[in-house]
Design a protein around this ligand. Structure first.
Ligand code: 86X
Length: 555
């Protein structure tokens, strides 16, 4: 059983301060100016100094302000200021802390626990497929990076370089991996000799750096992020094709089964695919509030392009020289951002039980004349029982916070289920249970605690998915004409349109929809295709349509 520690100083104030730094990518000087106050508040030394930032000057007003400052809750509403709300939730929910380098974020334990949960699902699954973990270096020389120059060209501005050691310029500067093809494939070439060396299937869990210049967003677009990258090589295209879909199915399960987010499986257009590969498949999520699609994860068939570039050849059964067929696939910490965006609400994070670090928080509700120790003991033994039954449960026994404060705190952090134990519950041998997702309250008898908690957590997991799917589906708009397309786009819809599947037409749609909110593009052509009636025309070109494709603005 885990207990929460006691804290001292001015924790209530520091909670408020958390919100103050929750501004999305404040210009650096602003953030730096605020920082010193953090220390002041945390140590609880100079209250008035911190107050100065709030322009409070009389002591009465100061008292009032302190009280106000102790209030929990978000400043922004999800429906009103989505971008601000998102940053605030990430920080106040203790997932993220902003850092003094724009686009870089501290992933706090509350985040890492979720990441580890996703790893705990995915890693054994790929091991069942006989994929092995490896670790390749972080650095790559210009020489090697350039081997892939054809498609690197477009990415070059994003590559971060280490050019100095101490004060001296390095003789050979090194790049920090933005992805590891060029790091790994020279060794694939070395290690693969004959057909018995195939398939070669490696994965690595690592960080990558892409020095993006577009607006950074925690989890969604950061300059450094965590991911897994799988790189596999086969003797035949068939094997490669099959693996692409097997991995994509694991990605679907990460989203739908763990994160409770509906996704669409499909194929990327020629314009949107990974240029270095043969074809790209993806799972696509949707954020109803912004009306944007978001690529959740990708699984590429690279064909033989990289085999050519890196001379990854082998001798086949007939003794002939042949080239390998390759795949690569990845999902990143972006998954967690999608989860925050899709499930979060005006009270903060909402975590699906399957990935929550804490699934059940138990809070004692002592009254003045009640037997506080007995209530505390009941809480402790409740958590014990739950942990022994395999739940992730904790008790919040801190005596410097009120029960009400604790309710808000754990709601902010998105814990799926709250258990309250007060004198009445103690007397009746029951607990009060409150669901985070819908606020529903019920009393459950102690004797059926484990059974009920299990049932409720699985309801929550299911209803989070159902609610997200309902909202997503309500945004899907099937259109046939350009006018309908534009109307749906302005209406923040996820657009399903008949398309001629021509690259120039997609480019044209992009150009014609360019605006301050970004252009529309294809998200994917879903594998699950509705019937396309004979004679259906492309919404954009008027040519015969070849397939139904999802379009929209995207992250
Ligand atoms: C594309 C392709 C591929 C392995 C995956 O999507 C799955 C995992 N890699 C990644 N990509 C780049 O190749 C790339 C290259 C450079 Cl140099 C860069 F700065 C940024 C990049 N971004 C994406």
């Amino acid at each position: 059983m885990r207990r929460l520690g006691f804290s001292c100083g001015f924790p209530l104030l520091s909670q408020r301060i958390t919100h103050q730094v929750a501004r999305r990518d404040l210009p650096l000087p602003t953030r730096c100016r605020r920082r010193p106050h953090l220390g002041i508040f945390r140590s609880g030394i100079t209250l008035s100094e911190g107050m100065a930032t709030r322009n409070i000057d009389t002591s009465n007003a100061r008292k009032k302000e302190v009280k106000k400052e102790t209030r929990l809750g978000l400043t922004y509403k999800k429906d009103k200021d989505f971008g601000e709300w998102y940053s605030e939730v990430c920080v106040a929910g203790e997932m993220i802390e902003y850092y003094d380098i724009s686009g870089c974020y501290i992933l706090r334990p509350w985040t890492m626990a979720i990441w580890e949960m996703l790893q705990a699902f995915f890693d054994p699954e790929i091991k069942k497929m006989n994929i092995k973990n490896a670790y390749f270096p972080l650095f790559v020389t210009e020489n090697v990076l350039q081997k892939e120059k054809d498609h690197i060209e477009g990415f070059a501005p994003e590559v971060a370089w280490v050019t100095k050691s101490g004060q001296s310029e390095m003789e050979i500067p090194v790049a920090i991996r933005p992805t590891s093809e060029t790091v790994m494939y020279p060794y694939y070439s070395k290690w693969i000799r004959g057909h018995r060396d195939l398939p070669l299937k490696l994965n690595q869990w690592c960080n990558v750096v892409r020095w993006e210049f577009s607006h950074p967003t925690p989890f969604i677009r950061s300059r450094e992020f965590l991911w897994q990258e799988g790189h596999t090589a086969f003797a035949t295209k068939d094997e490669a094709d099959q693996e692409v879909l097997e991995i994509l199915e694991l990605y679907r399960r990460i989203y739908e089964e763990l994160l409770a987010i509906p996704v669409i499986k499909g194929k990327k257009s020629e314009l949107e695919k990974f240029a270095g590969g043969l074809y790209t498949t993806s799972v696509e999520a949707f954020v109803p509030n912004t009306g944007r699609g978001i690529q959740g994860a990708t699984s590429h068939c690279l064909g033989q392009n990289f085999a050519k570039m890196f001379q990854i050849n082998f001798e086949n059964e007939k003794g002939e020289k042949a080239m390998v067929w390759q795949n690569s696939w990845a999902y990143s910490t972006r998954t967690i951002g999608v989860m925050v965006m899709v499930h979060g609400d005006d009270k903060g994070l909402v975590l699906p039980p399957k990935v929550a670090a804490v699934q059940v928080i138990v809070i004692p509700v002592p009254y003045k004349d009640a037997d506080t120790q007995a209530i505390f003991d009941a809480c402790t033994s409740t958590v014990d029982t739950l942990c022994k039954a395999g739940f992730r449960a904790e008790v919040d026994l801190r005596d410097n916070y009120s029960p009400g404060w604790k309710y808000s705190h754990w709601e902010m952090k998105g814990v799926p289920l709250r258990l309250e134990i007060g004198p009445k519950d103690l007397a009746n041998n029951q607990v009060r249970v409150v669901r985070r997702d819908n606020g529903a309250k019920m009393d459950i008898p102690m004797h059926s605690l484990v059974e009920k908690v299990k049932e409720i957590l699985s309801y929550i997991q299911e209803s989070l998915f159902n609610a997200a799917k309902q909202k997503r589906d309500a945004c899907i708009k099937v259109i046939n004409t350009w006018d309908e397309f534009i109307a749906a786009l302005n209406d923040k819809k996820l657009i399903l349109a008949p398309w001629c599947d021509e690259e120039d037409v997609e480019k044209d749609v992009k150009a014609r929809t360019k605006g301050e909110h970004g252009a529309a593009k294809t998200l994917c052509t879903p594998f699950d295709q509705p019937r396309l009636p004979e004679g259906t025309l492309c919404f954009a070109s008027g040519k015969p349509a070849k397939k139904w494709t999802y379009w929209g603005r995207s992250y």
